[in-house]
Design a protein around this ligand. Structure first.
Ligand SMILES: [Zn+2]
Length: 82
């Protein structure tokens, strides 16, 4: 992990006021043991893809900056536990 990516990841998390901190989990980068999640190079391209997913699936997805690589990924948003 690069320090740069960790900082950007945390900053993005704070910016989006997200309380789901699963970005620390390895699953935030890996889809399975061998497969990596789809990478979006920029915040904008990730949010564009997110919009499409939301319209199409009507589920709660979110963009987040990955800690493990330079990219952004999209994840299904987990329900808050409180
Ligand atoms: Zn990643």
């Amino acid at each position: 992990m690069k320090i740069k990516n960790i900082i950007q990841s945390v900053l993005y998390q704070i910016k989006t006021l997200d309380t789901d901190w699963s970005i620390f989990d390895k699953g935030s980068h890996w889809k399975s043991e061998t497969e990596i999640k789809i990478k979006y190079k920029t915040e904008q391209s990730c949010e564009d893809a997110l919009l499409y997913l939301k319209l199409r699936h009507k589920k709660r997805f979110k963009c987040y900056k990955c800690m493990y690589c330079d990219a952004f990924h999209i994840n299904y948003k987990q329900k808050k536990s409180h």
